[in-house]
Design a protein around this ligand. Sequence first.
Ligand SMILES: NC(=O)c1ccc[n+]([C@@H]2O[C@H](COP(=O)([O-])OP(=O)(O)OC[C@H]3O[C@@H](n4cnc5c(N)ncnc54)[C@H](OP(=O)(O)O)[C@@H]3O)[C@@H](O)[C@H]2O)c1
Length: 232
Amino acid sequence: MRRTLLISGASRGIGRAIAMRLAAEGHRLSLGVRAPERLAGTALEGSPQVLLHPYEATDPSSAEAWVADTIERFGAIDGLIHCAGVFSRTGLLFSAAEAAEPQRLWNVNLMGPWWLTRAAWPWLARSGEGRIITLVSMSGKRVKGSLAAYPVSKFALMALCESMRQEGWESGIRVTAICPSWVNTEMAAAVTAIPPLAMTQPEDLAAQVSLLLALPASAVPFELAISCQREH
Ligand SMILES: NC(=O)c1ccc[n+]([C@@H]2O[C@H](COP(=O)([O-])OP(=O)(O)OC[C@H]3O[C@@H](n4cnc5c(N)ncnc54)[C@H](OP(=O)(O)O)[C@@H]3O)[C@@H](O)[C@H]2O)c1
């Protein structure tokens, strides 16, 4: 089934790899990006099957406008792929200089997907075959090291996924939380413990998303835990 899909965070990293794959597979895409020029010269620019739309995750009116313009262009929405997100090493005992960080992560990582899901929900329900795929993280399942702000936002995002699953089930909406450990993108560029090529590659997550979208409602997994290293 070819779908009309919103993808946030499509300017780079995992969201961009997913967009490239799904565009090549013939889906209609509406890409939410802060900087459309990042996609200049790619297959995602200038295609009649692809809408590039400004999207700022911390601004609820941005989600509303993106959904409205997608409906105007394509007339339907039957999938939502939440990739926009931010990482921070802000810990439990954050410094005064870091005091705004937990709230920033909360706003982007949790409230961004929440506002966007809320705006798109009537269309997903109308589809009867709606899909929501959310890039959560292993940090939505376990707390490792001395980070606090990031896993707190991602545990909350897992709870949002579970709520969406429960509330969308009868309307045919199926939800998947993808939970990778390190993925070879800019977000993991400062990681030295594991070489980039030993990390999960964004193109491999795009292949997982492609498979998820091809599965019938009776076979969609709620959670995909994908770790490139042994989890204790
Ligand atoms: N990389 C990893 O190791 C890893 C592991 C587990 C889970 N994840 C999760 O996977 C998702 C994608 O991560 P990634 O690795 O692709 O990261 P990335 O390469 O850093 O890309 C982050 C994306 O999020 C967008 N974004 C950030 N803040 C935004 C905002 N306020 N409004 C709108 N868009 C915003 C960025 O847009 P701009 O280009 O405009 O900045 C970019 O497209 C995130 O939710 C992340 O937490 C990543």
